[in-house]
Design a protein around this ligand. Structure first.
Ligand SMILES: NC(=O)c1ccc[n+]([C@@H]2O[C@H](COP(=O)([O-])OP(=O)(O)OC[C@H]3O[C@@H](n4cnc5c(N)ncnc54)[C@H](O)[C@@H]3O)[C@@H](O)[C@H]2O)c1
Length: 256
């Protein structure tokens, strides 16, 4: 039996891409999954996919950048599924953009979703995890949080902050039996985010995917399911002596 069987996992940004793959993988491992997203249609599709493998899912429409949305959404999920054992802060946006062109609104929106969202979700669930003496938080960061990349100033800054937040929380809550990790994907294909980034790159005359994967030792983009495998491992007891790590899943694009 998988060590996460019977646990309650909440995944933000579960309406598409990596979040959807994580929700399905955790459901396959036996978790009841709480799905949070802005997009009701995407949420319903993920719920249907979870139910198609006989998983149990509940949905909450919420904007993770708003504390009241997060609190209400997590409360509703805890009421229908039970207290949260595993939180995956996955919701995020990417705005590839030259630094001089970033508007205040874009900068703030990127921080509000990618960083404040994780802050609000963590504050909402950690109290109950502390009371129960166990729990696991996984923050979806990026290799660009470890290495600055042109056209990624706002995004990379949020992901670097998320990695540092991960380490701070791992240090603060480790004594209470709570493990906190970051996952750092590289070029993950087949997600809305990647499709939108490709389009922007084309418009800005930046290199296409085929060119960029030449810098990846494994010479291909990753699949959302490959990120989900890492999340499932980190959430399980098999990773019971690991906390505060920021693990790359980049095909070797980033090795530090
Ligand atoms: N795709 C990649 O190559 C890649 C690489 C590194 C890191 N990541 C990270 O992985 C995570 C998921 O990326 P993806 O490629 O699956 O993206 P995606 O755009 O395909 O999906 C993101 C999901 O988050 C939801 N979302 C966006 N803003 C939200 C908000 N304010 N509140 C709630 N939900 C919101 C969207 O509706 C969507 O369903 C992000 O944090 C991203 O930064 C992705």
């Amino acid at each position: 039996m998988d060590t996460v069987t019977g646990k309650v996992a909440v995944v933000t940004g579960a309406g598409a891409g990596i979040g959807r793959a994580v929700a399905i993988r955790l459901a396959r491992a036996g978790c009841a999954v709480g799905l949070i997203d802005l997009d009701p249609a995407g949420l319903a599709q993920t719920r249907d996919l979870v139910e198609a493998i006989d998983g149990h899912a509940a949905c909450a429409i919420a904007d993770v950048s708003l504390r009241e949305d997060v609190d209400a959404g997590l409360q509703a999920l805890a009421t229908s599924l039970g207290p949260v054992d595993i939180l995956v802060n996955n919701a995020g946006i990417l705005n590839t953009c030259g630094f001089l062109e970033i508007t205040d609104a874009q900068w703030r929106r990127t921080f509000a979703i990618n960083l404040d969202g994780a802050f609000f979700c963590c504050q909402a669930v950690l109290g109950s995890m502390v009371a129960r003496g166990s729990g696991c938080v996984i923050n979806m960061a990026s290799w660009t949080g470890k290495q600055g990349v042109a056209q990624h100033a706002a995004y990379g800054a949020t992901k670097a902050a998320l990695i540092n937040l991960t380490q701070s929380l791992a240090a603060e809550f480790g004594p209470q039996g709570i493990r906190v990790h970051a996952v750092c994907p590289g070029i993950i294909v087949d997600t809305e985010m990647r499709a939108a980034a490709e389009e922007r790159n084309r418009a800005q005359g930046l290199p296409a995917m085929e060119t960029r994967v030449q810098a990846v030792p494994l010479r291909r983009g990753g699949m959302p399911s490959e990120v989900a495998e890492l999340v499932a491992f980190l959430a399980s007891d098999a990773a019971g002596y690991m906390t505060g790590q920021a693990i790359n899943v980049t095909g070797g694009l980033w090795m530090n």
